[in-house]
Structure formats: structure tokens, C-alpha cells
Ligand binder design. Structure first.
Ligand code: F6R
Length: 243
């Protein structure tokens, strides 16, 4: 795992953009594993700006998102599909048929099976990740097995509180209690993993991920076993590291 400490969110987004665009430029048919949440917004803004000013094309790119809330229709204003559409897809030349977000409605086990099959057919070239304050990646909460594949999961209280604060105007009762998420082994199968962590709220999770032995108590610690994982961490998120 390569750990790169940068000053702040802007620098983290700039550097993440360089990693992402290198993959897109070197392989115009790349499969991108994407994330939602507050962290990748700066990166997506840069991808949109680059597309508009430099014409980088996504016509043959395919995308595969990590997760979706259970029970939210893709058109729901808080769905992760909607997030991706608003922050990235609508402003680049991607074919929407090539964008994939797990479905949180309908037969959830069937949705998991279909997503696993899709991931098997389409190996991911670069998987973008944020990290939860409790160390989750995707919605793989602490306790999730490292050999997990796409599954249905109950969200931890802290995850729902963090997401209520950031996206649901503080209305905890509106945050779904469950989600569908790629499993840790799906994430580990990506050729390259790019994790971004910014802000003090992530500092404890970063200590666990970097300084402790891999353990299901901190799902992100699985990444220590990934052969090509780059973690971009800002000073606030790195502030509790001892070395
Ligand atoms: C999002 C996801 C989550 C977030 C994590 C951090 O698709 O899978 O793991 O990356 O909850 O969220 P933010 O970036 O809002 O702090």
C-alpha cells in the first residue's frame, strides 16, 4: 500500500484526478469502479472540467459503482445512481447504458447475483474508494468477511448518522437502514485501488488501516494485501498516525 499525505482536500482531488485520468487515457475502454459520498466530488468536478476543456472521452468507458441504498429507486434524490448522474454522468460523454450501480429495489439477492456476474465479466481497472469513519469501504461495515462478494448489509448507526449529516439534511430517519454493496473480495479484484481520505473524522480509521494488522474490525485494512493500492490522505485524516 502506497500512502501519500497531501495538504488538504483540493490537493487530494488533484492527485486522485491524475491517477484516474492516467487509466482513462491509457485505456479508453477501461472499466472504472466508482464511489459516491462527499469525498469523490472534487475528483468528479475535475473529470468534468477536463472533459469539457480537453475533450477526454468516456464513450467506451464502463463504470461500476460500489453500492446503493436498499429501497431507493434510481430516481430518488438521495439514491447513489442519482448522485452519479448529477455529479458525473450527465456532464461527460459516457453512454448511460455503460454505467452500472447496484439496484436497491426488487429482489435484492437476485440483484446481488447479477452484480457479481457483471463484475466477473468486467474486471475493474481502477477502483475508487472513500473510507467510512469506522473503516468501512463500499458499505462493507466492520465485521464483514474479507472474502465477501456483493451482498445486502445492515448499515451501522455511525454510518447512517454521518450520511444523514452530509446528505439527508440531518434527517436520520430518512437514511435507509440497509444497502447493497460490492464485497471486499470484489474490491480486492480490481487491478488498482485508489482510496481518498480527508478530514479529521477519518483519522481513527486511517490509523487502524495503516498501523494495525489486517482485521475485519477495519474493512479498509484488507487493502494492505492489495498489490497496487494508492491511498491519498490529507493532513487532517493523517493527523493521528504515529509514524
Ligand atoms: C460510497 C461508499 C462509502 C463512502 C464512505 C465515505 O459509495 O461506498 O464507503 O466512500 O462512507 O463517505 P464520505 O466520502 O461521504 O465521507
Amino acid at each position: 500500500m502506497e500512502l501519500i499525505i497531501v495538504k488538504n482536500y483540493e490537493e487530494a482531488s488533484d492527485l486522485a484526478f491524475e491517477h484516474m485520468i492516467e487509466v482513462v487515457k491509457s485505456n479508453p475502454k477501461a472499466n472504472l469502479g466508482l464511489a459516491t459520498g462527499s469525498t469523490p466530488i472534487g475528483l468528479y468536478d475535475r473529470m468534468v472540467k477536463d472533459h469539457q476543456t480537453n475533450g477526454t472521452s468516456y464513450k467506451e468507458i464502463k463504470t461500476f459503482n460500489l453500492d446503493e441504498y436498499f429501497g431507493l429507486d434510481p430516481q430518488h434524490e438521495q439514491s447513489y445512481y442519482r448522485f452519479m448522474y448529477e455529479h458525473l454522468f450527465k456532464d461527460i460523454d459516457i453512454n448511460l447504458d455503460n454505467t452500472h450501480v447496484p439496484s436497491g429495489v426488487g429482489d435484492i439477492q437476485e440483484n446481488c447475483n447479477q452484480y457479481n456476474a457483471l463484475l466477473k465479466e468486467n474486471p475493474i481497472d481502477i477502483q475508487l474508494l472513500g473510507i467510512g469513519g469506522n473503516g468501512h469501504i463500499g458499505f462493507n461495515e466492520p465485521g464483514t468477511a474479507f472474502d465477501s462478494v456483493t451482498h445486502y448489509i445492515e448499515l451501522k448507526q455511525r454510518t447512517r448518522e454521518d450520511n444523514a449529516r452530509l446528505f439527508f439534511n440531518g434527517h436520520l430517519e430518512e437514511v435507509p437502514t440497509h444497502a447493497i454493496t460490492m464485497g471486499i473480495s470484489n474490491i480486492m479484484a480490481a487491478k488498482k485501488v485508489l482510496l481518498i481520505a480527508c478530514g479529521e473524522n477519518k483519522a481513527d480509521a486511517i490509523v487502524k488501516m495503516v498501523e494495525e494488522e489486517p482485521s475485519v474490525d477495519c474493512p479498509a485494512s484488507a487493502l494492505k494485501n492489495h498489490p497496487n493500492c494508492v491511498c491519498i490522505v490529507d493532513e487532517a485524516a493523517a493527523s493521528k498516525l504515529s509514524k
